[in-house]
Design a protein around this ligand. Structure first.
Ligand SMILES: *Cc1c(COP(=O)(O)O)cnc(C)c1O
Length: 350
């Protein structure tokens, strides 16, 4: 079955009528010939970054398009995926009118962005197995439900969301389904990017912040239909991805084998850490992870959190999250860091 959607019915009225801001670097695109650039009020003295960056990040998108098997016109880049997610709100959600659906326990930014954008956030708890409650989601959905956020693998629980549930939601949700794949490179599951041709209502977000080891440069990526990307391009700030970020991202994408080796090492460490955690007396349960962190249920999360802090180790206390009472989230570190963590865990386990 082919899903039919009309983006013009989903996008905000004011965005529909916008044309993208045209910057100096948009109006004249270099064809490689020697030109004198006197169009953007830049300082002419070369220092590597005296010129504005490419507002369309063409080189970066070309590499990503090849690696991911999409067209460059299906990619939007942002200052972290947090900016990408914010652009989705601003393009599709009319404040005080539209709503989004999110599935706690999950990534906190969906709620933060809904508050900032004054858009109702309808929360439908995951099940005990941390899977979406599809019936309930479709029940709370109405004609103003514009975005459904599915985080897979999910943060903080670490599990992937079942593809059967995702397909059901893609088929039945009347807005856009955003799959946040911040941790996909650690997962045994494939990315949903390859499904974009089947589902015009699908948006996939990824980031260089986790597996690619570039949290400091802020590069988030949105993959979607050309139509959706064109809407987002209308509202993105012209120079939202700076020159240094574009350069570092390109270098890293060209060193994809290094990235893969680091991922493999993190996964080995994760699996070893999971075994040790399970043997710690105060750890009651560890949850299977498809990401670079492990959620564990302990006897008293706040107490154990403080003990670890005193021992020089910072983990994340998730005890206040729904379905996460007395849980701690452990990011997988270097082998050395993990050895330290394990030693401290054993020390306080008395
Ligand atoms: C870390 C994280 C992000 C953050 O992405 P940035 O590109 O660093 O903004 C997005 N989504 C989830 C689920 C995350 O855990």
């Amino acid at each position: 079955m082919k899903i039919e959607i009309n983006i013009n019915n989903l996008v905000r009225e004011n965005v529909k009528g916008l044309s993208p801001y045209s910057s100096a670097r948009d109006e004249y695109v270099s064809d490689g010939s020697e030109m004198v650039f006197l169009d953007a009020n830049e300082n002419p003295f070369e220092n590597g970054v005296n010129r504005y960056p490419d507002p369309q990040q063409r080189s970066l998108k070309d590499v990503l398009a090849t690696q991911k098997g999409v067209e460059a016109s299906q990619i939007l880049l942002g200052n972290g995926s947090d900016e990408v997610l914010d652009l989705l709100f601003r393009a599709f959600c009319e404040p005080k009118v539209d709503n989004i659906i999110s599935l706690p326990p999950t990534y906190g930014m969906y709620k933060v962005l809904s508050n900032i954008n004054n858009v109702e956030n309808r929360e439908v708890l995951l099940t005990e197995e941390f899977q979406p409650n599809v019936g309930e989601i479709l029940k709370v959905m109405d004609q103003h439900s514009k975005l459904l956020f599915i985080c897979s693998p999910n943060n903080p629980t670490g599990n992937g969301i079942s593809s059967t549930h995702i397909r059901e939601l893609l088929t039945n949700f009347n807005g856009l389904v955003v799959i946040d794949e911040a941790y996909i490179d650690f997962s045994k599951d494939a990315s949903w990017i390859t499904e974009l041709p089947q589902y015009p209502n699908l948006i996939v977000t990824q980031t260089l912040s986790k597996a690619y080891g570039l949290a400091g440069i802020r590069l988030g990526i949105c993959y979607a239909s050309e139509e959706i990307i064109a809407m987002l391009n209308k509202i993105k700030p012209p120079y939202n991805v700076n020159e240094l970020t574009q350069q570092r991202a390109l270098e890293r994408l060209h060193a994809i084998d290094d990235v893969r080796n680091e991922i493999a090492e993190i996964l080995r460490e994760r699996n070893a850490l999971n075994q040790v955690l399970a043997e710690i007396g105060f750890v009651e349960k560890t949850y299977p992870s498809d990401a670079n962190f492990i959620l564990a249920q302990v006897d008293n999360a706040t107490h154990r959190y403080n003990q670890l802090l005193n021992a020089g180790i910072v983990v994340r206390n998730r005890t206040t999250q729904p379905l996460c009472a007395n849980t701690l989230r452990f990011t997988v570190g270097t082998p050395e860091e993990n050895r330290k963590l394990i030693a401290r865990l054993k020390e306080i386990d008395n």
